[in-house]
Design a protein around this ligand. Structure first.
Ligand code: NAI
Ligand code: 15L
Length: 268
């Protein structure tokens, strides 16, 4: 049966806010969780992923978790360790103890950010490309994917790890033309990841069907995801403003973009 009650962690964040308004259309009852209050949602659980009792209570009785909470940019290692590594462990452990059958994990392109961006005519990046994190942040997503594999192999807890490209209302850089996921496609992909049968631990790339796509969406499509959007209508304007990508610039020639050289630091 399709999951009904889904715990949405990171509900106060950018992506959480976008998904909060879209996922109910697919029939989900969302339970919201974030360390920050969620605007307009007085019933949301305000707690840190480090609070194991609160996390355990939050997962109790849900059909699945959409795990978006965490530091979403580069940060000092000790901060990443607490929020993303220990926090994700706490969530998996609580889900195992409470018998939650599936987690959809917001991984990131930055788990493989040092992978060269394919040039015209080169093959798309496959999901089984070796991990090449571009930051401590990307390393924490790589950890999350391995944790997911462990909990599937050892405990039968299923995960879809979604290596999200850039999920924002519009693409804002030339690189994003290749990795952009429209919010509507984001909801389609998360819905597919929540409902597909027998996923074990499946890794997928998360983007729209962009004309300038860099990666292979086969595993995402196999879940039942059919992207409807393409960043191409934004291309002329972004290229006129920013110029074409320069293959000699490492921040242009790798999947992770400027995270490979000058990552933005989250102000924690
Ligand atoms: P965001 O930074 O806007 O939201 C993250 C939320 O997690 C925040 O509301 C924050 O308060 C919460 N949070 C952080 N640490 C926490 C903790 N210890 N306990 C409880 N809550 C905590 O990030 P955004 O853009 O919404 O991303 C959501 C998730 O998707 C993140 O895991 C991010 O790494 C991942 N992702 C997002 C992409 C995007 O394009 N938006 C791309 C790739 C991955
Ligand atoms: C991410 O992982 C970040 O969470 C998001 O803020 C964007 O920077 C995105 O990757 C990206 O690569 O564009």
């Amino acid at each position: 049966p399709a999951p009904r009650t889904v715990l949405l962690t990171g509900a106060a964040g950018g992506l959480g806010t976008l998904m909060r308004s879209r996922l109910p259309e697919y029939g989900y009852a969302l339970r919201l969780f974030d360390m920050r209050p969620v605007e307009g949602a007085p019933d949301a659980i305000t707690a840190d992923l480090g609070d194991t009792a609160a996390v355990r209570e939050a997962v109790r009785g849900v059909d699945a978790v959409l795990h978006l909470a965490g530091i979403s940019l580069e940060a000092p290692f000790d901060k990443i360790l607490k929020a993303n590594i220990e926090g994700t462990y706490n969530l998996y452990e609580a889900a195992r103890q409470e018998g939650v059958p599936r987690i959809v994990f917001a991984s990131s392109n930055h788990a493989v950010g040092f992978t060269p961006a394919p040039r015209a005519g080169e093959p798309l990046i496959p999901v089984d490309a070796p991990r090449r994190p571009d930051t401590f942040y990307g390393l924490s997503k790589s950890f999350g994917e391995d944790l997911a594999q462990l909990y599937w192999d050892k405990h039968g807890l299923e995960t879809v790890s979604v290596r999200i490209g850039s999920c924002f209302p519009e693409p804002t850089s030339v690189r994003m033309l290749s990795v952009w996921m429209s919010p509507a496609d984001g909801a389609r992909l998360f819905h597919a990841a929540l409902t597909a049968e027998e996923v074990g631990h499946t890794v997928v790339y998360g983007s729209s069907a962009n004309t300038r796509l860099w990666w292979d969406l086969t595993t995402a499509r196999a879940l039942g995801y059919t992207p409807q959007d393409d960043s191409e209508p934004y291309a002329d304007k972004l290229i006129a403003e920013q110029g074409e990508l320069d293959p000699a610039n490492p921040a242009h020639s790798h999947l992770g973009g400027h995270f490979v050289s000058d990552p933005p630091i989250w102000p924690y």
